[in-house]
Design a protein around this ligand. Structure first.
Ligand code: SF4
Ligand code: FES
Length: 233
């Protein structure tokens, strides 16, 4: 039995090892499928569906989590696929503050998303947490991509300080018992900030710089205060 699979993506034949996702197979032949929640170093969860493609099934398949199958014929740019992406982006833009999410803004332009189609949609408002010296959490800008949770858990840090909180439309990222970050298992490694695709997680120093603080005041405000040194004798 062969360990490889041959399929066609946008008319191009490609042979890949079994288990390869459509996203990776497409990349192998130079076809870029858009992603939002997917990160190459994190476990893919197929949450945002922006990578959906027509793979011949009853419904579109999320390319980042769907393995290739023998003889599959994938269309990554069909009219239905593009309409689906446009709709996802329009709903996202209505629901969440995206001004600091450059990759998503580029996708909005690429797919000619028109958020005015959903002006009746509710805006998801959420608290801004400034509860530690290292980073700010502004969940008004959070798209619930799960990257921060994943990197804080089994994908890297094994700290488990973050998880989903709330239900349905009000789902957001939170901490155990909504504790402030310094009262969680967080070790302030900064990896969640590094993988966040929006401005939802931002270093506190960057926030203060954007607010016009000078570097010395920022240093003073964000460094750990040490106890005064006792003179000997
Ligand atoms: S805080 Fe950032 S990384 Fe975490 S879920 Fe929200 S958008 Fe994704
Ligand atoms: S990038 Fe595939 S579901 Fe989000």
């Amino acid at each position: 039995m062969s360990d490889t699979i041959t399929l066609k993506i946008d008319g191009r034949e490609v042979t890949v090892p079994k288990g390869t996702t459509i996203l990776d197979a497409a990349a192998q032949v130079g076809i870029e499928i858009p992603v939002i929640c997917y990160h190459p170093h994190l476990t893919a969860n197929g949450l945002c569906r922006i990578c959906s493609v027509d793979a011949g099934g009853r419904v579109q398949a999320a390319a980042c989590v769907t393995p290739c199958a023998e003889g599959m014929n994938v269309d990554t740019q069909s009219e239905d696929v593009c309409r689906g992406r446009r709709t996802i982006l329009e709903m996202l833009a209505v629901t969440v503050e995206l001004t600091e999410a450059p990759e998503i803004l580029t996708l909005l332009a690429t797919y000619a998303a028109d958020e005015s189609r959903f002006t009746m949609g509710a805006r998801r408002t959420a608290p801004v947490y400034d509860d530690n010296p290292f980073y700010i959490r502004d969940y008004n800008q959070c798209i619930n991509c799960w990257r921060c949770v994943q990197v804080c858990a089994e994908d890297a840090q094994y700290t488990f300080a973050l998880n989903f909180d709330g239900r349905g439309f009000h789902t957001q990222i939170g901490t155990f018992m909504s504790n402030g970050m310094t009262d969680t298992t967080c070790v302030f490694c900064g990896q969640c900030v590094g993988v966040c695709p929006t401005g939802a997680l931002k270093p506190k120093r960057q926030v203060l710089l954007e607010q016009g603080w000078d570097p010395d005041s920022i240093f003073e405000a964000t460094r750990r205060k040490r106890k005064p040194h006792k003179e000997k004798g």
